[in-house]
Write a protein that binds this ligand. Structure first.
Ligand SMILES: Cc1cc2nc3c(=O)[nH]c(=O)nc-3n(C[C@H](O)[C@H](O)[C@H](O)COP(=O)(O)OP(=O)(O)OC[C@H]3O[C@@H](n4cnc5c(N)ncnc54)[C@H](O)[C@@H]3O)c2cc1C
Ligand SMILES: Cc1ncc(C[n+]2csc(CCOP(=O)(O)OP(=O)(O)O)c2C)c(N)n1
Ligand SMILES: [Mg+2]
Length: 599
């Protein structure tokens, strides 16, 4: 006999479930998605609307008190902007694209997010579910398309999959610091929701990861017995500044920072000796090459030729799979940088020999002085040196400014002349290396921090590549300040060609007055052609209550001067000079010499 109470309970559950269904009958799948995003703390979605996205955009419109639709002009910008938001806040950021071309446009920006390891969710709308596989209008295969640039990519083919798939996607993006894609056919988005209400409660657990006790002891022994220790720190040192400085002090170790670690390491750091790599300082290069033990902390610095060939190398990384893929590693430890340093510090003996540190710091002082000597602007003396522009930007920018820099020479100038202080931030496309990143990253930054100065260092090539989103600054009322290093060329590539002994080809850009373009867009536009205009115009732009663009005509003939020029490069330059003379382009060499030798 079934007790009467159980029958009642059973009936009650049935009634409750049907009530839920009645409530849900008024909801679309898109509503459940949007409400789940809101429940997870998402404040905005960057994208461009389209038929297949109608369900999502319509639901965002209905929920616009809690979540905003950030209408950009290119889906690539949407992805870059979401990546920028995720980088700056550490929280999940979201972008969306309509089916077919809306998806393919997302790819490059998402690739950047994927390579930079920032938590981003993309809602990739898809063609109607019944049309899949028929070469339908705008049909692509998003699972294939996004496979290489995402950690999670799933098709929602039935309403019941939502919000579970969405929750898995969000958790994957957050816990792996990566990209998750939810592929949503437009018709499914508009179907009635049938699964339970949005249930996402989004507290992400954070584990403490540190090497075992035995490994920490080995680490301490190795560090104590080495004579000349150098630390190479990267983005994984975020949050470990004081431990890093303390350990460097005990070890009398110079600290070289990799580009993505610049914002977390360089400031208030008496041991910092700059960067290494092609854009680096000779002091960073030599501090690594002269060490007998290199301690890599949270870095994936990619250029093999800049690692010391003979030093004992220890690498600490939170991801085991990152260890040993750039250089041979003698001791690889899986752990969080801060946790590892806290654990090893009590086991370290204070080194008394300061020779290596002192030599590296002296070298750094000299490199810094040399670099600063290029950053000059004498009134009336043109062309304007880009180094000078970067230095002035650094001088006039706020203490908590957020900088974005384009791939190309703006990355170089940012690396060498922008000073970080623990509050300033610096974003670029450092791992993926895509042009045109700076403007959309500035859009994302200014969305999250409407009151902070957001300064975008653009190349003329990079700016024009996603120029449509310049108009977004006006439309979205974002007071971003754009500084264009207008050198009339794809200058970085020209330098690469010259170093390889090639004649420059396919790199020139027609002279464009970007300030007039700004005028036409209703944005403050200024054009600096002489050094004496630079500071005044930058200040004017920064003080302007709204977006502004400063087009600075800079010298295209600046040499990068890498910290170590190898024989091949010297040969390359010589070859280029011979070829240039033979081709009647000797005047270019004279310009190059004038700029770099006879300042
Ligand atoms: C045109 C151009 C030129 C460039 N030239 C240079 C150059 O000359 N010099 C240079 O340095 N860079 C240069 N870069 C950038 C370069 O490509 C790399 O992106 C950069 O060096 C990587 O910096 P990173 O190691 O700090 O960051 P990432 O590559 O992001 O590596 C960070 C590492 O830290 C790990 N990690 C994250 N969190 C933690 C944690 N809490 N604890 C432990 N580990 C953690 C990650 O797993 C990862 O392995 C250039 C880029 C461009 C576009
Ligand atoms: C999308 C993309 N295309 C091509 C490249 C190769 N590339 C790297 S830097 C660069 C030139 C950038 O020119 P510009 O923005 O004018 O900056 P400059 O170096 O002239 O200051 C090019 C073409 C790239 N990195 N990304
Ligand atoms: Mg250029």
């Amino acid at each position: 006999m079934v007790p009467i109470k159980s029958i009642f309970n059973f009936l009650r559950i049935q009634i409750k479930q049907s009530e839920d269904k009645i409530v849900l009958a008024k909801k679309k799948v898109a509503d459940v998605i949007v409400e789940s995003l809101i429940a997870a703390g998402v404040k905005r979605v960057y994208g461009i609307s389209g038929d297949s996205l109608n369900g999502i955009t319509d639901s965002i419109r209905e929920h616009n008190k809690d979540i905003s639709w950030i209408h950009v002009r290119h889906e690539e910008s949407a992805a870059f902007a979401a990546g920028s938001e995720a980088h700056l806040t550490g929280n999940l950021a979201v972008c969306a694209g309509s089916c077919g071309p809306g998806n393919t446009h997302l790819v490059n920006g998402l690739y950047d997010c994927y390579r930079s390891r920032v938590p981003v969710l993309a809602i990739a709308a898809h063609i109607p579910i019944r049309e899949i596989g028929s070469a339908y209008f705008q049909e692509t295969h998003p699972e294939l398309l996004f496979r290489e640039c995402s950690q999670y990519c799933e098709l929602v083919s039935h309403p019941e999959q939502v919000p579970r798939v969405l929750e898995i996607a969000m958790r994957t993006a957050i816990s792996l610091c990566g990209v998750a894609i939810v592929i949503l056919p437009g018709d499914v988005a508009l179907q009635e929701a049938v699964s339970s209400r949005p249930f996402i409660s989004f507290k992400q657990s954070k584990a403490t990861i540190r090497p075992s006790k035995k490994e920490i002891t080995r680490l301490a022994e190795a560090l104590n017995s080495a004579q000349k220790v150098t630390i190479l720190g990267g983005a994984g040192c975020d949050g470990a500044h004081s431990e890093l400085v303390q350990v460097a002090g005990l070890l009398q170790a110079p600290i070289v920072h990799a580009m993505r670690g610049k914002e977390f390491i360089e400031y208030d750091n008496p041991y910092d000796v700059g960067m290494t790599g092609l854009l680096g300082f000779s002091s960073g290069y030599h501090a690594m090459m002269d060490s007998d033990l290199l301690l890599m902390l949270g870095t994936d610095f990619p250029y093999q030729q800049f690692y010391p060939p003979r030093a004992y190398i220890i690498q600490v990384d939170i991801r085991g799979e990152q260890i040993g893929r750039r250089t041979k590693v003698d001791l690889g430890l899986v752990g969080d940088v801060r946790e590892t340093l806290v654990a090893v510090k009590p086991l370290l003996n204070r080194k008394s020999d300061k020779g290596h540190l002192r030599a590296s710091l002296d070298h750094y002082k000299k490199s810094r002085k040399d670099l600063d000597s290029y950053a000059v602007g004498e009134p009336g003396r043109t062309p304007i040196h880009p180094q000078y522009v970067a230095k002035i930007i650094n001088d006039v920018a706020a203490d908590d400014a957020i900088f974005t820099c384009d791939v190309g020479t703006p990355t170089l100038w940012a690396a060498r002349y922008l000073k970080m202080n623990g509050r300033r931030r610096l974003l670029g496309s450092f791992s993926h290396g895509s042009m045109a990143n700076a403007l959309p990253q500035a859009i994302g930054a200014q969305q999250v921090y409407p009151k902070r100065q957001v300064i975008c260092l653009s190349g003329d090539g990079g700016f024009s590549m996603l120029m449509g989103d310049f108009l977004s600054l006006k439309q979205l009322k974002l007071p971003v300040k754009i500084i264009i290093f207008n050198n009339g060329a794809l200058s970085f590539v020209e330098l690469e060609m010259k170093a390889a002994g090639l004649l420059t080809f396919g790199t020139s850009l027609i002279d464009t007055d970007f300030s007039k373009l700004a005028d036409a867009a209703g944005i403050l536009g200024l054009r600096a052609e002489k050094p004496e205009q630079v500071e005044q115009m930058l200040n004017q732009a920064l003080e302007h209550n709204g977006p502004a663009l400063v087009d600075v005509i800079v010298n295209p003939q600046e040499l990068l001067i890498p910290p170590s020029i190898n024989l091949e490069q010297i040969r390359g330059f010589t070859l280029y000079m011979i070829k240039a003379v033979l081709n009647g382009r000797g005047d270019e060499i004279v310009d190059l010499a004038k700029t770099n030798l006879f300042r």
